[in-house]
Design a protein around this ligand. Structure first.
Ligand SMILES: Cc1cc2nc3c(=O)[nH]c(=O)nc-3n(C[C@H](O)[C@H](O)[C@H](O)COP(=O)(O)O)c2cc1C
Length: 137
């Protein structure tokens, strides 16, 4: 079962989750400058929201790599919204990409909100999530 991990981050929060998944799976997380090298069973795509929307580079990455994504697993941080899942699901539908109904989301620090997040508990939780996804895939 082949998995790849990609992330987009502006302030580092989401990269923490991507790196934790990578550590758990014994691989490396890469930013969106790295296209998928080949067909991958699972793509953990780690993103966030800025002014209520996912960054355009995340949407472009999904479209550009659509034919190499087996199943996209959404991972996100945000300060206020519950998840980027709905937005990413919409992009996947447009690109013809399968998105898992399993997702991981936690708070990310933003100004005075959620200091320290993702914290150690979040990191352990995302590792467990990744283990479970790979175990069930
Ligand atoms: C420019 C900017 C705009 C943001 N807008 C939102 C927003 O509209 N809704 C929200 O829930 N969080 C918002 N946030 C908070 C981020 O989603 C949160 O801090 C997230 O963890 C950032 O991830 P990153 O550090 O990987 O970039 C914003 C953060 C930044 C820097």
């Amino acid at each position: 079962m082949k998995a790849e991990i990609r992330y987009f981050t502006k302030t580092g929060n989401t990269k923490k989750l991507a790196d934790a998944i990578a550590e758990e799976l014994g691989t490396q997380a890469k930013d969106l400058s790295a296209p998928l090298p080949e067909k991958t069973d699972i793509l953990f795509l780690c993103s966030s929201v800025y002014w209520a929307g996912a960054d355009s580079s995340v949407k472009k990455y999904i479209k550009d790599n659509a034919n190499k994504i087996g199943t996209l697993v959404n991972v996100s941080t945000a300060a206020m919204i519950e998840s980027t899942y709905a937005q990413i699901k919409k992009v996947c539908a447009q690109a013809g990409v399968t998105i898992s109904d399993k997702e991981f989301h936690c708070r990310g620090k933003f100004t005075a909100m959620h200091p320290g997040h993702p914290d150690d508990t979040d990191i352990q939780a995302v590792k467990e999530f990744a283990r479970k996804v790979m175990g069930e895939a």
